[in-house]
Design a protein around this ligand. Sequence first.
Ligand code: IPD
Ligand code: CA
Length: 292
Amino acid sequence: MSTPLGSTELYGELLRLAIDLAREVGMHLRDARRQAAPGARTKSTATDMVTEMDEWAEAYIVDRLLDDRPADGMIGEEGANVTGTSGVTWCIDPIDGTTNYLYGHPGYSVSIAALVDGEPAVGVVADPELDQLYSAVRGHGAWRDNEPIRASSCADMALALVGTGFGYAPSRRAEQGAVVAALLPRVRDIRRMGGAALDLCSIGASRLDAFYERGLAPWDVAAGGLIAREAGARVTDFAGNAVSFRRLAPLGSATAGDPPPPEAWSGEVVAAPAALHDALLDALRDAAPRAG
Ligand code: IPD
Ligand code: CA
């Protein structure tokens, strides 16, 4: 008999699967990187890379998930695109922070989320270099390894440590550079670590006070966004609306590996404690009314 959607039992099963896979794949990625730099080729622009290990990791995760749960859907950065029938869809970024991985920097992660009824219900992000694993279950909280985590209580923009990221298209980067330039004098400092999934975990773990980025894909945000939210942060788009995955349906219609169209997915994320969130939205509006 299949497990009812939304049941604690189902969430527990999805969480165990995601934790085991993210940990196993993360360790393999880390060990492989210590042996040799991976082969790589470009994707959307000359700086947007995919390595052979991104492709191996996604194929491995998808195969293992489908072995265990053949009726589930899958979407992933490297092209996984399976329409399921179970009501569970996995959203996978096999290596978030590919540029870090390519160059041998820490700060890459394996990000696996399970969407139940169209929204993230379970999120797991493995940080192989620090040997840490973040997880969250909708309505039940967020953890680093076995410890519950909480977002910061920072309420003052001037004291906020703010993370952000940049896309791969030069035109978007020009806009993002202008926004950072306007924000920098108004905050404690800026961090650009190179992996949105771990940036969102950093919000959950009070390692950053706030994070914003425009142009993210669902697989960058699905697991980390849930972790930040379950740790108490508010996670919205630049207009202050909750980040929602529902308009992605049918998920299977996304072109392999491409972010979905703007009407289905804004790609915008602003994550911050409630006491700071409105001020950050205002500051982003001041920084560039329509850019970022
Ligand atoms: C990227 C990282 C980066 C963010 C980019 C993403 P990738 O994902 O999350 O931090 O700034 O917007 O595309 O390409 O490393 O999987
Ligand atoms: Ca990514």
